[in-house]
Design a protein around this ligand. Sequence first.
Ligand code: ADP
Ligand code: MG
Length: 314
Amino acid sequence: MGRIVIALGGNALQENPKDTSAEAQLKTCRNTAKFIVDIVESGNEIIIAHGNGPQVGQIVSTYEAAAQQDKSIPIMPFPECGAMSQGYIGYHLQQAIRDELRVRNIKKEVATIITQVKVSQDDPGFLNPSKPVGSFFSKEEAEMLEKEKNYVMKNDANRGFRRVVPSPMPLEVAEEKVIKTLVEAGHIVITVGGGGIPVIEEHNILKGVPAVIDKDFASEKIAEILEADMLLILTAVDKVAINYGKEDEKWLDEMTVSQGEEYIKQGHFAPGSMLPKIKAALAFVKSKDSRVAIISSLNKAKAALDGNEGTRII
Ligand code: ADP
Ligand code: MG
């Protein structure tokens, strides 16, 4: 029993990537809530973080398409799209978890915090924007957006041009005191959705920036801030593997920090998917002696907490 930050991967929100409807997302969230409330029922305090890739992409693309059709519709800035995705996903998760708590007669409340995460203007990520967001554009449209909107556009695997944004590291969570207060009062908080809305602080003023903070790194940050005992990263695989997808693939029950660092050097973890999870897990475990991280799937989460599933990073 303890305080656990649960980082939900994309598959916990959208089961079928082809069905991006709100109905499908709510249905998936209702299923996800069952596994989450199992963890609450065993006496743990939980904080939920989640991704937003497909959802923020959908919001950005919809505004872009509307603006192309009707010039009077303004393009929605990226930080605002991130805020909308936090609200949209948070709404589904908080409703689903609330209802599941009620079904089981657990007297707990759940709420989403629109979360801003401070990043540094000097983050090296700003020098090399690489995370594609939104729709595909023609070369001519891309050039116009670069001129008029200051976007950085890149040819995405010859499928067309897409806007790319930087991926800076999270430094601080602007709402950390509010989150702490709610957690300490026994409430379930959904926070740092999509890694949080990236903001830069200048002379005490926060300004949203077009960027994407990796949700695995933001989850690690909030876990440290809340002095959690565990970071539980739930994704599409039950365990972490070395030689993933190869003939000599080996699924790991346990991984020490030094093994993890060695495996990173040997290139076992794909950048952009498993690598940030491993880095987040290692950072959390290194931050204090008693801290543990587990990487597993939603279905196996309970078994992973009991030590019978998942990869435990120690
Ligand atoms: P999420 O939405 O949970 O962040 P990602 O797709 O970003 O999901 O990352 C999870 C994926 O990482 C898995 O589905 C798997 O295909 C991939 N992956 C890459 N390297 C490994 C590895 N070494 N062991 C296990 N899975 C890996
Ligand atoms: Mg991911």
